[in-house]
Design a protein around this ligand. Structure first.
Ligand SMILES: [Zn+2]
Length: 491
């Protein structure tokens, strides 16, 4: 059985072009070593190979042979190590990517994206579990995803975690040292992880290009600085984003803000995120336009305060973005609670760039991270009463209108229906406590709804819209002040 499974995997690796025929024996011997066996027979594989089924068999064998524990973390680490036996070295993949990029950048990313999927670095099967729906609210339709792709940790692992405390190698999940890293009880399996080198803003091979293992959208890409330095947003960031979309015009790319509260994901490692997809923000209506030479400045109707610069002239576009950032960083409007500086500076951008037929579109999202005694989590952060749906920082993905909500919500929404349908006391369900005020508010409407599940989904969408509205520095009702700000900023 093990012999057949290895043969099937060889067949799959050849079919998916991550193994060359000349390297077959070498790869097989590496797998045999992992299983502590020293014999093998080649078998002809005629039928198509189901990767996930074969991998399950290989992992069962590893458990039966006491090579690993029957636990998802151990299984993931071992799976990545098996796959790594078949993969090219990072430098070989890098060379091939750049050969293709010289012909056509689309060919290069297609190759690397397919590679990352076929090697199960991108967890395609787990991503399929996510629940997605669209919410038609006050703005362009928002997209909501309940993230069910990340497996829950086995409680037994918590004990192990304590025995194996966090080390600082690799320093973080984005560091280059993750390439080929086996993984630990608290660090992901990275044996099959590959990153290609790219050059941005004249830093030759100073950046890494990789896909996100738990993709939130099509070809979800992470661009990371090879050096572990903290997030920041300045004029250099703008040049780096422009260099990226110049080289990969079929991808959108953005950066999280570099300040706490308004910055998303990992603040300790400078990186960008983007991909090959359209986001709801691109459908936002324009409410005001200013033409400044070769740059068009649009104010968008969006829950957050968004300015879009459009131009074919890169130099003029970047100069305008710099001018706007400088103006914003010193802008205060106490009537609206916007203070550029208290002890620290508070104003920054979430910048997002894309290119369409040689035209750059640069979305500058105004962010302010000031916290007050009444709003300790941030004045322009979701209100506490919305934390039952989304508590985390609002980063660039949410800014663009795509909500990534925690997996626990699925069970909770199912439970809410069950409780309401059967008129059960809410107090019997401690996990619903955080939703209580909301449930009481919508109880009658849910019971009258034609489809309770769809009604609850729409409610979640409505709350997400409020969540991102809370992050807007100029509210919809402050449009005059917003336009006045933009007029002055681009003067
Ligand atoms: Zn790092």
């Amino acid at each position: 059985m093990l012999n057949k499974a290895i043969n099937q995997l060889v067949h799959y690796a050849l079919e998916n072009h991550f193994l060359e025929k000349a390297d077959c024996d070498y790869a097989i011997n590496r797998v045999l070593y992992l299983y502590h066996i020293d014999t093998f027979e080649k078998e002809a594989i005629d039928e198509p190979v189901d990767f996930f089924q074969v991998m399950e068999e290989l992992l069962d064998e590893a458990i039966q042979r006491s090579l690993i524990e029957n636990d998802i973390t151990y299984k993931d680490h071992f799976e990545a190590k098996i796959i790594d036996c078949f993969l090219p070295r990072p430098s070989e993949l890098n060379r091939h990517f750049h050969e293709l990029k010289r012909i056509d950048p689309v060919k290069a990313t297609n190759y690397f994206f397919h590679f990352s999927q076929a090697t199960n670095y991108i967890k395609t099967q787990r991503i399929k579990k996510n629940i997605s729906f669209v919410y038609e609210g006050k703005y362009a339709p928002l997209e909501i995803t309940i993230n069910l792709s990340k497996p829950e940790k086995d409680p037994r692992m918590i004990g192990l975690l304590r025995e194996n405390p966090d080390t600082d190698y690799p320093k973080c999940a984005l560091c280059m040292e993750n390439v080929g890293y086996y993984g630990s009880s608290d660090k992901a399996s990275r044996s099959n992880h590959r990153v290609v080198s790219i050059t941005l803003d004249q830093e030759v091979d100073g950046w890494g290009f990789q896909y996100s293992p738990y993709a939130y959208f099509n070809e979800h890409t992470i661009i990371l600085k090879k050096e572990h330095i903290p997030m920041k947003v300045d004029v250099k960031t703008f040049r780096e984003l422009a260099d990226f979309v110049d080289q990969f015009p079929h991808y959108l790319m953005g950066s999280n803000a570099g300040l706490p509260i308004v910055g998303g994901s990992i603040l300790s490692h400078y990186h960008f995120q983007g991909g090959r997809t359209d986001f709801p923000i691109q459908k936002a209506e324009i409410v005001h336009t200013i033409k400044k030479g070769r740059v068009i400045v649009d104010v968008l109707d969006w829950p957050l305060s968004v300015i879009r610069l459009s131009s074919r002239d890169r130099t003029k576009l970047l100069a305008m973005a710099e001018q706007m950032l400088n103006y914003w960083q010193s802008y205060s409007n106490p009537d609206l609670g916007i203070l550029a500086k208290t002890i620290e500076c508070h104003n920054t951008f979430t910048p997002i760039m894309r290119k369409q037929q040689d035209q750059y579109h640069f979305y500058l999202v105004l962010r302010n991270n000031r916290a007050t005694t009444e709003r300790p989590y941030g004045l322009f952060h979701p209100r506490e009463e919305l934390f039952h749906i989304k508590k985390e920082n609002i980063g660039l993905i949410e800014v663009m209108g795509l909500a990534i909500l925690p997996g626990r919500l699925k069970q909770e929404l199912d439970l809410i229906q069950h409780v309401l349908k059967n008129n059960l006391p809410l107090t019997d369900y401690p996990e619903l406590k955080k939703h209580e005020p909301w449930i009481e508010k919508i109880r009658d409407k849910v019971l009258k709804a034609f489809r309770m599940d769809l009604f609850l989904q729409m409610e979640v969408g409505r709350i997400f819209e409020e969540v991102i509205e809370d992050c807007g520095v100029f509210k919809r009702t402050d449009r005059k002040a917003f336009i006045d700000f933009v007029e002055k900023a681009c003067r």
